[in-house]
Structure formats: structure tokens, C-alpha cells
Ligand binder design. Structure first.
Ligand SMILES: [Cu+2]
Length: 210
């Protein structure tokens, strides 16, 4: 009994020693140790397996995502922008289109600037219509609301607004039109609006807005 017990203890001690030896050398204990070695081996293997795949996956993911995100983002933005623009254009186009058959159609009248004066000298338009001055003369021409030199007869107009953000809202070309150039203004105020050529102040015309 004592011998068997001793042998048993010796076996246990041997196993324990082997286990200690395997713990100190995990790499070499993969075959000898049934408990620690596999776990360590699996851990290290998993670590190695996981780490490399993560790097490639992450790299591929990062590399893949940005391009994927890029096109998607661009596509989204592009679509959004395109839709936005399309919407604006669509909104802009239908409005005149829908207005055309229903009610009012804004018209554009042309006044020719000649060497002898404005032609026609008097033009009658509807509220909201646009008058376009085209310089077909041999000199610069600066159409502007009466009265020289302040140009303040047409509501809201003033030569002092030339060069400001309000320039497009006043009845004043704010510059001499060269041959071939034109200036357009939309009349939203009813009345009889006299204007003149500001540079030489020798041409006069009138726009009647009904
Ligand atoms: Cu003037």
C-alpha cells in the first residue's frame, strides 16, 4: 500500500513538475501539457490569427470604407445637390409655365439705344414687365431714372446705391453701356417713369408702367 501510494504521489509530483516545466516553456509544452498548453497555444494562436486578420480586415475595411463612403457620399451629395438644383429649376420652370396659361406672363420689351436717342422714346409695359436697353449707338450710354444727377424719382432708386448690393434693385444702369451691351430692369412700380442718359445728359425717355 505504501509503495503504491508512493508511486502515486511520485506520479502526481512528476505530472506537477511537468506542468511547471510546461508553464515556463509554453511554446514547447503544446504537446506535453494537456491543460495549459492548448489554452496558451490557442490563445497565442487566436491572438496571432485574430491580430493579422484584424489588421488586413481593418486595413481593407478602412481602405474599402473610404472609397465606398466616398462614392456614397459623393453620390448622396451629388444626388442631393442635383435634386436641390433640379427642384429649384423645376420650381422655377413650372411657375412661369403655370402662370403662363393661368394669369400673367411677364414680358420683356427692348429699347434700342441709337445715336439719335432711345427707340422707342416711350414704352408702355405692364407691372412686372422688364425693359431691356440695348446699346446700338457709337458711344457709351448710361440709362438711369430721373432726375439727374440723383436718379431718385423711381421708388428706391438712387445713384448712391450704385456699387452696392441694392444696385440690381434700382432703375439705374450704374455704368456706361458700351456698344453691344445691354441693361435690363423689371418695373414693379406703376407710374410714368422718366429716365435719361447720365453721361452726356442729352437723351431722354419714358417708361409707362400700367
Ligand atoms: Cu443722371
Amino acid at each position: 500500500m505504501k509503495t503504491k501510494l508512493f508511486l502515486g504521489l511520485a506520479l502526481i509530483a512528476l505530472v506537477f513538475l511537468l506542468g511547471c516545466a510546461q508553464e515556463q516553456k509554453p511554446a514547447q509544452n503544446t504537446q506535453g501539457n494537456n491543460n495549459l498548453a492548448p489554452e496558451q497555444w490557442q490563445d497565442s494562436e487566436q491572438g496571432q490569427d485574430i491580430a493579422p486578420p484584424q489588421l488586413p480586415e481593418t486595413g481593407a475595411g478602412d481602405a474599402g470604407n473610404p472609397p465606398a463612403a466616398g462614392p456614397e457620399t459623393r453620390g448622396t451629395n451629388g444626388t442631393g445637390t442635383a435634386n436641390g438644383r433640379g427642384g429649384e429649376l423645376t420650381q422655377g420652370q413650372p411657375v412661369p409655365g403655370s402662370n403662363a396659361p393661368d394669369t400673367i406672363v411677364a414680358k420683356e420689351y427692348t429699347v434700342e439705344i441709337t445715336d439719335t436717342g432711345y427707340s422707342p422714346q416711350k414704352v408702355t409695359v405692364k407691372q412686372g414687365d422688364t425693359v431691356k436697353w440695348v446699346n446700338n449707338s457709337s458711344s457709351e450710354n448710361w440709362p438711369a431714372s430721373a432726375k439727374h444727377p440723383t436718379h431718385e424719382v423711381y421708388p428706391g432708386s438712387s445713384i448712391t446705391k450704385c456699387g452696392t448690393a441694392e444696385e440690381s434693385n434700382i432703375f439705374d444702369a450704374c455704368r456706361g453701356l458700351k456698344a453691344g451691351e445691354s441693361y435690363s430692369f423689371t418695373f414693379n412700380e406703376k407710374g410714368m417713369w422718366a429716365y435719361h442718359e447720365h453721361i452726356a445728359v442729352k437723351m431722354f425717355g419714358q417708361v409707362v408702367v400700367e
